[in-house]
Design a protein around this ligand. Structure first.
Ligand code: GAL
Length: 421
């Protein structure tokens, strides 16, 4: 399906190269349409810094926010716009999808700005290849988010005399104790990507990075069929049975609001939650604590947000240059990441003034990178193709929702996912 869709895109639209001047004299040189999915309070606070920085550089943004955490809906809109031959000018993209769009010739090359900004030297190693295609930079690295965080309302745990869990079995026990007290333990919406991220945290934390990589990225049958997988699925089911009765179709930021109000004790999600808490003027980490989800070693599951300029008749080389220079500047990236709750994708930006959770994230990222515990997220657009991500997340959701689904069937379905996608 994906190949057919991409063929349609290719056949129906003739991307112009960045070197061609704007086709119509009336086309506005300094106004661009920006497609993204940042609609929560903390995300909007960060987005407004993008708008402000580009306004100051003389480029006005026509904002195209598409609600839906994780970006699935936004990416569907992008595909529809590209097939129609009217892609937006600037797009929030993540991971392998950058390669797919670049392979179709849609993305503006940024080599001059990258060379002037010494990206090859200044970017974190994980941010270099993913933003390049065939040796050319085609996307601007904006954030690194840590996805293996537990956000904890300390007052709720204190009220019931519960300690911060350090293992998944302790976490499940704390969930059960809270349920007995009539407290819904986990802020989790019925969205596929939220539930898949919970599973990713459990599989990574319980099995370790090496197991997780072999089992769920490489689909190594021995790892996938190992006892560890069965142990993980047993715990995932135990969690699902504890939290499902109290769940609703809530967005991740609605879950964060319940966490702030003490209606939930935990939220297991990325540090976009930190951006949301900062926007809500919540005292972090004093009122809401940030703890890595339980794992055998200090681990770091990451995803990264990038901005890509799509070539279109409206794209004017001068505008493309201004946008990529502005949004790749250390000053902008420092201010943006501090508000977003993420860490900059560059080595040459210090975290003075950042929240203590972000400082811990960076320290843990460096430790994890030295011990092989730094891995790209499968469920949030970093490690596998969008097709494989969707198929894997769909199976995780099915297992979460269906108490009668056997572990061996889950494993079999995963093994049947075509990897060529
Ligand atoms: C992720 C994205 C983050 C955050 C999150 C929730 O995919 O990388 O920036 O916005 O979705 O929407």
């Amino acid at each position: 399906m994906k190949r057919f869709l991409l063929f349609c895109i290719c056949a129906l639209t003739l991307p112009v190269s960045a070197s061609e001047p704007a086709s119509s004299p009336t086309s506005s040189m300094k106004e661009i349409e920006f497609l993204h999915w940042w609609t929560a309070k903390g995300e909007v606070a960060a987005f407004n810094l993008v708008r402000e920085a580009l306004d100051n550089a003389g480029v006005h943004i026509l904002d195209l926010p598409v609600p839906g955490g994780g970006g699935d809906t936004a990416m569907s809109i992008l595909q529809a716009r590209a097939i129609a031959g009217t892609p937006p000018d600037l797009v929030q993209l993540e991971g392998p999808s950058i390669q797919s769009w670049a392979a179709l010739g849609f993305l503006h090359q940024l080599d001059k700005v990258a060379a002037d900004g010494n990206w090859q030297e200044n970017l974190l190693p994980i941010a270099r290849d993913v933003n390049q295609y065939q040796g050319h930079y085609v996307a601007i690295p904006i954030t690194v988010h840590r996805l293996n965080w537990m956000w904890i309302n300390r007052k709720v745990l204190r009220t019931y005399g519960l300690a911060i869990p350090t293992t998944w079995d302790e976490l499940i026990d704390v969930f059960a104790r809270l349920k007995k007290q009539g407290v819904e333990p986990l802020a989790l919406g019925k969205e596929q990507w939220q539930i898949a991220l919970l599973f990713e945290n459990l599989a990574f934390g319980y099995g370790g990075a090496d197991y997780y990589q072999r089992a769920f990225i490489n689909m190594d049958p021995e790892a996938l069929n190992s006892q560890i997988t069965y142990d993980i699925l047993a715990r995932f089911r135990a969690i699902s049975q504890l939290v499902k009765p109290g769940m609703s179709h809530m967005r991740w930021d609605e879950g964060t609001q319940l966490l702030i109000e003490g209606e939930r004790a935990f939220q297991i999600s990325g540090d976009w939650v930190l951006g949301e808490l900062l926007a809500g003027k919540v005292s972090i980490p004093d009122a809401i604590g940030c703890y890595p989800t339980p794992s055998k070693q200090t681990g770091f599951i990451y995803n990264m947000d990038s901005f890509a300029l799509f070539d279109s008749p409206r794209t004017h080389p001068e505008t493309a240059k201004i946008v990529s220079q502005t949004l790749s500047s250390p000053a902008f990236l420092k201010a943006f990441n501090k508000v977003k709750g993420s860490i900059p994708a560059r080595k040459d930006i210090t975290l003075d003034g950042f929240n203590r959770c972000s400082v811990k994230a960076k320290a843990d990222m460096l430790t994890a990178s030295q011990t092989g515990q730094l891995i790209p997220s499968i469920v949030d657009s970093m490690a596998v193709s969008p097709l494989v991500q969707q198929a894997t997340s769909s199976e995780i959701l099915r297992f979460f929702n269906d108490d009668n689904m056997k572990p061996e069937d889950f494993i079999l379905h995963l093994q049947n996912i075509p990897r060529g996608g």
